[in-house]
Design a protein. Structure first.
Lengths: 425, 176
């Protein structure tokens, strides 16, 4: 846990200022309204700095934000309803599209939920590969966040630098799964394919290079006077408020709460790998920036450890051998009648998942990403619900924005790291 | 836990079923006494038509062949019946030295309201609005209960099982 600072940072905000009675909305007081100087501005939904299609209805008194309401739903696509209509193995395709920046984590949480209902054992190699890809995905997601959040505040060169490394990560995904985004590489039981031969040298190149790239970013932003002025001491959120408002992930850790599901409820191989959880107590936009920066370095450490383990697992199984759930190897279809039948049944009818309901949570780049699934014992999920960390993060907008200026709004909304696809689902 | 109806342990998860009228009392107890300070999610589920597909070995349903489930020949066994049509699940987490999760569950009929938990966990605001919007659950006492994801003038609640799926009806020019 690295809390180091050589400069005097903004004081830690401790009080509560969740608006009442509606916790997610700032409302203009009657006396202020009567002055006649309150101007209502519609911000979005189509605006380059809203990270998608977020609409904010802002009441301004001069440059002060005195009223705020976030309006979401412009990207609602009915993922959950769609997934109820598909068989379990087809529904996996939908989950990465919900949060289009952390697709592997979304895939993972749905697959883990199905595996929990099936009480399935997943081979070690698949666990480590999942860990490896989820961490690469975290780096990818944080890079896009850093690039766009800095771009919105005018630091345009950050965008090019971050997208340089993002490109490399996407190349790795393409190498593994054949797709750059929405890879659908995880499936119930393990992985969809074995790890391709060329993956390790390329991944090592990235892991060795990435700390140097991080140094570039640090050099550009961490001591940048304009960046510090724009981010320090604004968008304050205390630890109590953050928990009451359901904040998770980098936002919660930037408010001084040492909470990371990878540590407190270890899943996959996270119990075995060595990494630190960065926590900063200030609760401002700068602290959220620091958490993101430090997490990328930690993720890089995890990827390096995963690669070492995976290289030693050459030839081990990458998916479960449960033929009632996992597709048989392709070559067996030509020689084994039984494999052909299994293949046909799984593809056409789908596998059955035992009756029950489970709630599985993982630490996505944006925080607590959870999936609730209910099954009636049939081949399709009865109910699928995603707990989207971005959805909860936007609930904190009103609290973070009290006493803020209109110019800070971009920095604050950006720092909450929301992906609108996930908010609206 | 006050108002407890039933405790279910399944798949390694604990579900506390409580009386919907006294859900706030139970929530307060869980937050202040048991330490579940973090409301992770509120999920509403519709169980209309639960277990109506018949069991394996019989092709189709009592009403005839089920065209909506191609290749499905029913369940291996019938699922356990549910007490009422809707379930509202509150997924709680304790952000503390002793992390643990619990599911608080209430059962409702169509149109039956459940008291809001916004005063207990402020984050419930949007989660309850979402359940209202997509599933039509009424949370009495909610300060701002209106649609969140869909348009304000949308009709129906899409995640209900009786909401029609499928596209817009297409009219072919020759048929007219």
């Amino acid at each position: 846990v690295a809390v180091t600072s050589d400069r005097q940072r903004a004081p830690i905000y401790e009080g509560t200022r969740i608006p009442q009675p509606i916790p997610t909305m700032l409302r203009v007081s009657q006396e202020l309204r009567e002055t006649g100087d309150v101007m209502t501005v519609n911000f979005g939904p189509n605006h380059p700095s809203t990270h998608g299609v977020l609409r904010l209805i802002v009441d301004l008194f001069g440059e002060d934000v005195v009223g705020l309401e976030a309006v979401v739903g412009y990207l609602h696509t009915g993922f959950e309803k769609n997934m109820e209509q598909k068989t379990w193995w087809k529904a996996i395709t939908y989950s990465p599209r919900i949060d289009y920046l952390s697709f592997q984590n979304n895939e993972l949480v749905f697959v883990l939920a199905a595996e929990k209902l099936l009480a399935m054992e997943v081979p070690e190699k698949a666990q480590w590969m999942r860990t490896c890809l989820c961490e690469l995905n975290r780096i990818h997601s944080h890079l896009v966040w850093l690039a766009t959040a800095a771009l919105e505040l005018g630091a345009i060169s950050m965008f090019w630098y971050c997208f340089r490394e993002r490109e490399t990560v996407l190349d790795l995904f393409e190498l593994v799964a054949g797709f750059r985004m929405h890879t659908r590489y995880f499936q119930v039981g393990g992985l969809a394919e074995d790890i391709p031969r060329g993956f390790f040298p390329e991944a090592h190149k990235f892991v060795d290079w990435f700390p140097h790239a991080l140094d570039d970013y640090e050099a550009m932003l961490s001591r940048n006077r304009i960046w510090l002025e724009r981010t320090e001491g604004i968008g304050l959120l205390s630890a109590d408020d953050a928990i009451a408002l359901g904040q998770s992930g980098p936002v919660l850790r930037a408010s001084g709460v040492d909470w990371d599901l990878r540590k407190v409820e270890p899943y996959l191989a996270y119990g075995t790998v060595d990494f630190d959880v960065p926590v900063y107590p200030q609760g401002d936009v700068y602290a959220r920036f620091r958490v993101h920066m430090d997490e990328m370095l930690q993720s890089n450490r995890i990827v390096a450890q995963c690669l070492d383990r995976l290289e030693a697992m050459e030839g081990q199984p990458w998916t479960s051998d449960d033929r009632k759930v996992v597709l048989p190897p392709r070559e067996e279809l030509h020689t084994s009648m039984e494999s052909l039948i299994h293949h046909f049944k799984i593809v056409t009818e789908g596998y059955r998942v035992p009756e029950g309901e489970v709630y599985v949570a993982v630490e996505s780049p944006r925080g607590e990403l959870a999936c609730y699934v209910a099954s009636d014992g049939g081949p399709r999920p009865w109910r699928v619900k995603f707990r989207a960390p971005s959805f909860a993060a936007l609930e904190a907008t009103a609290t973070c924005m009290s006493d803020a200026l209109i110019a800070d709004m971009i920095a604050i909304v950006g720092s909450l790291d929301t992906v609108m696809g996930e908010v609206d689902r | 836990v006050p108002a407890l109806v039933e405790t279910v342990e399944e798949h390694g998860e604990t579900t506390l079923v409580v009386d919907p009228a006294r859900v706030v009392e139970a929530a307060m107890h869980l937050r202040d006494v048991e330490g579940f300070n973090f409301l992770s999610d509120i999920t509403a589920a519709d169980y209309l038509g639960w277990g109506k597909h018949g069991v394996s070995g019989y092709i189709g349903t009592a009403a005839g062949r089920d065209l909506n489930t191609p290749m499905t020949q029913g369940y291996q066994s019938l699922p356990k019946p549910k007490p009422k049509r809707f379930a509202v699940n509150y997924h709680l987490l304790s952000v503390s030295e002793r992390p643990r999760r619990v599911r608080l569950q209430v059962w409702l009929d169509d149109g039956e309201p459940v008291p809001t938990v916004v005063p207990v966990w402020p984050t419930a605001d949007w989660h309850e609005r979402e359940a209202f919007d997509l599933m039509g659950i009424t949370f009495s006492g909610h300060p701002n209960l209106k649609r969140i994801l869909l348009d304000d003038d949308w009709e129906g609640h899409p995640l209900r099982k009786d909401y029609p799926i499928g596209g817009e009806p297409v009219r072919f020019s020759e048929a007219e």
